[in-house]
Design a binder for this molecule. Sequence first.
Ligand code: ADP
Ligand code: MG
Length: 709
Amino acid sequence: MVFKMLQEFDLPARWTSLIQDYFSEAVHNLAQTWPDEQSLEVSYRIIEGFDTEFANDIVKNPDLHFHAVNQALRQFLIDAGGAAMYPFVRIIHLPSDQVRTVSQLRADDIGQMLALDSVVTKISGVRPRIYSAVFECVACQHSMVINQPNEQELIEPIECEQITGGCGRAKRLTRFVLNHKESILINSQFIELQELPEQMKGGIQPERIVCIGEHDLAGKLNPGDRVKANGVLFIRSQRKGGKDTPVFDIFLRIQSLERQNIPLEEISITQDEELEIKELARRPDIYKLFTNSIAPSIFGMDEIKGSLMLQLFGGVARLNEDGTRNRGDIHILLMGDPGVAKSQLLNYMSKLSPRGRFTSGQSASAAGLTAAAVQDPSADGRWTLEAGALVLADLGLAAIDEFDKMNEGDRSSMHEAMEQQRISISKAGINASLRTRCAILAAANPKKGKFEPVSEIPFTAQINLTPPLVSRFDVIWLLTDDADENKDAKIANHIIKNRLRGVSELLVNEGSASDPSKSSAELKISSDDTETLPRDLIRKYIAHAKRTVHPNLTTEARDLIVKFYIETRKKGGNSSDSVSITARSLEALARLAEASARIRLSQDATVEDAERAITLTSLWRYALMGENYDETSTYAGKKGSVRNKERAIRDIVSRLQNDGDGIANSLDVYNEAEKVGIDRNNAETIIEKLVLSGTLMRPSLVDGTLSIV
Ligand code: ADP
Ligand code: MG
């Protein structure tokens, strides 16, 4: 293509006529809404229709055009009666050959206008910067205007300008004082963008780029937001030991932003694919098909996979009249012995789910799982707010391995992140509320390396997670690694068979074998004759269901869930402070039923869906606690009976203490304890625990007295 540079002096006139022809109404509106709106969005497609060559030139020489078009627009506004306005034209809808990912950026792209599909990972505070500086010459008081193109250095006059009426003295013969009042300040902000996980190839870390957002673009974005950022790439020399080096860092000066407005926009579904999905949804064995398609290389675990399938689809998030919100996402916790394929399952799910992310609780980044305010050298040392894994997985799934090893900061914000699905941060002048609307799939190992039977020690005492945190999971699976010859043989065969079917990674990388995970988009039949769905189709299916299906429980389904709730509560209701199920589980049941309906693409969650939710809930409860699953133990971290015994001992000490003079004799306590059925041994252990936890005190070790703290 022959490329002719447009004459620079032509530009304002060309832009003026373009605005006149296509945007006069928009300009009129802008004048009306000023200063709430300060910019005019112009679609590249319209410019292309106006003049292809002109449109081409914008992409190649954007800075000249921005200058010209902003001038032209300003003139329109002044003509419409506006005064000190500095409007900006924001060009959106760039052609697809200008779209890049961060890791694709190369030297040729510098100075061009590009579009980056990305997610915001960090924002700095918004600070004013001088856009147009007014300097006064100390010698003659003449003032002059110097435009300030960047935030790196303040550009001073070289001499007192004679053309505009100054004295002509050079810089070294006079001094120039900045007049803040007359200068024009604009807002500016550093924004870090990261390429999207689905754009990445292989397991490399996603790349990031520091951007500058100015004027009305500053303060618009939050970490976790998905945007198409259009802007101009520029470079700055890297500095070493106070000197510039010939290697440069690249930055993007953001010129306009386009936001996504349909959920999971990155997944596009053709009409044919939609038909295929609808066809699949009608199959009676669709649930089995999905369950089989989840981590086929992992043997067994059908119930667990069934719950993961529901998690992929999720329930419906609902807003209430009082402004509160009920989450729709289903959180699942896998607790289990080492080597039972927890990490493998998490890894698989993070790749299967749209917007899936895999992280470890011991995440290396400062932001951790939630978010953190950090001082950032790449943003000139400003305080920045960095998004963690949950924020980046917004609307998707966060798989968190080693959940029990997360840091203290994460632990404290995790409750809000899981239930309200947002994180509020207020630090170093940055206040933000970040959204974490993702399903959480977490894995945790027991403190002692292996789970003891839960009938002896409640599971909450065996993992390093607090009961309130555990109670936020809708489904909790306990996976123990018990030796069972029959099962072991089956798993062993399955694993070995899988190894044989796997293709050498080296050969795949060399190109002499094809990657099995990227093979045909057709339904696959695996070696043991089970049919599975290809990953790509599953993602499309999920995106389609999440976008279009928002099921409600039918009356019968609701009745069934309520009946199950009441009955389960009755069963565990024999002791006063022990209930077997709480209101929170009701919501979990509703979510599971809604997810089940979504899989069939049904707007009604029927009795069938409620039954699936109830069966699943009974299953995990049974696996976790046996017959008398006791939900208070999830909350209090202790089995009901143990708790009752502790309370009994405390009551005894308190009674004896009141009878005696402020202290209780331990022998009397043992005697009283025997009467309520706690033997000496048991009582000693409980007292020991209460003393350790600070509930009881031993005023004197010698005579064995006790008192309540
Ligand atoms: P965890 O995270 O629970 O400690 P991993 O996910 O690291 O365990 O799994 C350990 C290994 O055992 C993996 O290679 C996994 O494939 C294998 N494995 C364990 N259980 C199964 C199973 N049921 N089916 C297939 N592979 C299994
Ligand atoms: Mg593991």
